[in-house]
Design a protein around this ligand. Structure first.
Ligand code: ADP
Length: 394
C-alpha cells in the first residue's frame, strides 16, 4: 500500500513515497527555493542522497521532476494514491477527503482563511492530478482534527457579524500531528482510541498544543491562523491585538506589514535578535547571552502557562505528550516545562528525559498519573494512512 505524500508550500514542495501499513520510507525529497535561479531538488533513495539544480523551476517543474523519479526507483506501479497536506479546511472538513471537483471548490473557498498556504496546496493537487491521472487523490487537512472543539473553545468574543460573515473563529492547526501522537500515546498508555485525557505539545519551528479528551480535540492553542498561541521560532504566538494598531501608528507601517513581522521576525528570533533555533539559543544562553536566555525562559514559561490552561478543557490530566523537533529532542526545554508544571503532579525523571531523543518514545517522568511522554510525530505516515484507508473504502 504505497502512497505518494505531497506537501506544497509557497516556495517548496516536499514529497515521500511510503508504505501506509509499515511506515517504511522508500523515497523522500524536497524541492526548495522554487521560482528562483537557485531552485534545487534533493531526494534520498536506498539510503543515498542526491541533489539536482532545477534553475527557475516552479511547483509544476518540481513535481514533474519528483514524479520522474518514481519509475527509475521502481515505485511507479506501486502507488495506490496521492495524499496531499492541505493547511486550511475551515469549518468545511472534519476529516480527510477523496479529492473531487467539489472538494477542490471547497478548498478554494477556504483560501481567504489560509491565503499563504492553500494556494500552493491547490497547485500541488492540480499538478498531481495531471501527472498521475489514474491515481486517487486525498486531501488531509491540518484543521480537521480540531473540528470536534465545542463552541466555548472555538468562539472568539467578537461581534456576531464578524463570526457569521467572515468565518472568524478558532480553527486550530497541526491536527495531523496531534491526532497521530495522541493515538500513539494512547497505545503507550494502554488506552482505547476513545479514552484518556491528554495534552499534546507539538513544539518545533511552529508550535501548538491540543487538549485531547477521549480521542477528540476539545481545545487547541492556534486559532483563526497559526499565529495564535505558544511562542514559536519566528511567530509571536498570542499578543495583545492592540499592539498591531499601536506599532502601525508609531512606525507608519501598514497593519499587514506589522502582522508579517509577528509571523516572520518575532518568537524566538524576535526575542533573541539573532536566531529562531532553540539549540543555538540554549548554547548562547549558556555562554552568557542575556537575550538568548530570556528567549529560552519566555518560550518555556508561555508554553507551561498555555499547557496548564488546556487542562481546564480536560478536567484532569493523564499525560502530557511532547513532539516536534523541540519536543522530541529538547531535553533541557522539556525539563524546564515539566518543572513549571510540577504543581499538576508531574515529576521529571532526568535520566529517562535524557534518553528520549532522536526518535525514541517513552515516559520521562517518575510520576505515572499524570505523566509526561515523548512521542515522535509522523505527519507523512498519518497522511499515507488516511489516503490508503479512503482508497480501500472506495
Ligand atoms: P518544523 O516545525 O520546521 O518541522 P522542527 O519540528 O524540525 O521544525 O523543529 C525545529 C526546532 O527543533 C528548532 O528550534 C531546533 O532548534 C529544535 N531542536 C532540534 N533538536 C534539538 C535539540 N537537540 N535541542 C533543542 N532543540 C532542538
Amino acid at each position: 500500500m504505497n502512497v505518494l505524500v505531497l506537501n506544497c508550500g509557497s516556495s517548496s514542495a516536499k514529497f515521500a513515497v511510503l508504505d501506509a501499513v509499515t511506515g517504511a520510507r522508500h523515497l523522500t525529497g524536497q524541492a526548495q527555493r522554487l521560482g528562483s535561479a537557485e531552485a534545487t531538488l534533493e531526494w534520498t533513495f536506498a539510503d543515498e542522497k542526491h541533489t539536482r539544480p532545477l534553475p527557475g523551476a516552479d511547483h509544476d517543474g518540481a513535481l514533474r521532476a519528483a514524479v520522474a523519479l518514481l519509475a527509475p526507483c521502481g515505485l511507479a506501479g506501486t502507488l495506490c494514491g496521492v495524499g496531499h497536506r492541505v493547511v486550511h479546511g475551515g469549518a468545511r472538513f472534519s476529516g480527510s477527503m477523496r479529492i473531487t471537483p467539489e472538494v477542490v471548490r471547497q478548498i478554494e473557498a477556504c483560501v481567504p482563511l489560509g491565503p499563504l498556504h492553500n494556494p500552493p496546496n491547490l497547485q500541488g493537487i492540480r499538478i498531481a492530478g495531471e501527472l498521475l491521472p489514474t491515481l486517487a487523490q486525498v486531501a488531509v487537512f491540518d484543521t480537521a482534527f480540531h473540528q470536534t472543539m465545542p463552541p466555548r473553545a472555538y468562539t472568539y468574543p467578537v461581534p456576531l457579524e464578524w463570526r457569521e460573515a467572515h468565518g472568524v473563529r478558532r480553527y486550530g492547526f497541526h491536527g495531523t500531528s496531534h491526532r497521530y501522537v495522541a493515538r500513539k500515546a494512547q497505545e503507550l498508555l494502554g488506552l482505547a482510541p476513545d479514552a484518556g485525557a491528554l495534552v499534546t505539545a507539538h513544539l518545533g519551528n511552529g508550535c501548538s498544543a491540543t487538549a485531547v479528551l477521549d480521542g477528540r480535540s476539545v481545545d487547541t492553542t492556534m486559532g483563526l491562523t497559526p499565529l495564535e498561541g505558544l511562542v514559536m521560532g519566528t511567530r509571536s504566538g498570542s499578543v495583545d491585538p492592540a499592539l498591531i494598531g499601536h506599532v502601525a501608528r508609531a512606525t507608519g507601517e501598514s497593519a499587514d506589514r506589522v502582522l508579517d513581522v509577528l509571523n516572520k521576525r518575532s518568537g524566538l528570533l524576535g526575542l533573541s535578535g539573532h536566531s529562531n533555533d532553540l539549540r543555538t539559543l540554549e548554547d548562547d544562553a549558556a555562554a552568557g547571552d542575556a537575550r538568548a536566555a530570556l528567549a529560552v525562559e519566555v518560550f518555556a514559561y508561555v508554553a507551561a502557562k498555555q499547557l496548564a490552561g488546556l487542562v481546564v478543557a480536560l478536567g484532569r490530566l493523564d499525560a502530557l505528550v511532547f513532539t516536534g523537533g523541540i519536543g522530541e529532542n529538547g531535553v533541557a526545554m522539556r525539563a524546564r516545562i515539566v518543572a513549571l508544571l510540577g504543581f499538576l503532579g508531574l515529576d521529571l525523571d532526568p535520566s529517562a528525559n535524557a534518553l528520549a531523543i532522536r526518535g525514541r518514545a517513552g515516559r520521562i517522568t517518575r510520576s505515572t498519573s499524570p505523566q509526561a511522554l515523548v512521542v515522535p510525530t509522523d505527519e507523512e505516515l498519518m497522511i499515507a494512512h488516511d489516503t490508503a484507508a479512503l482508497v480501500a473504502a472506495a
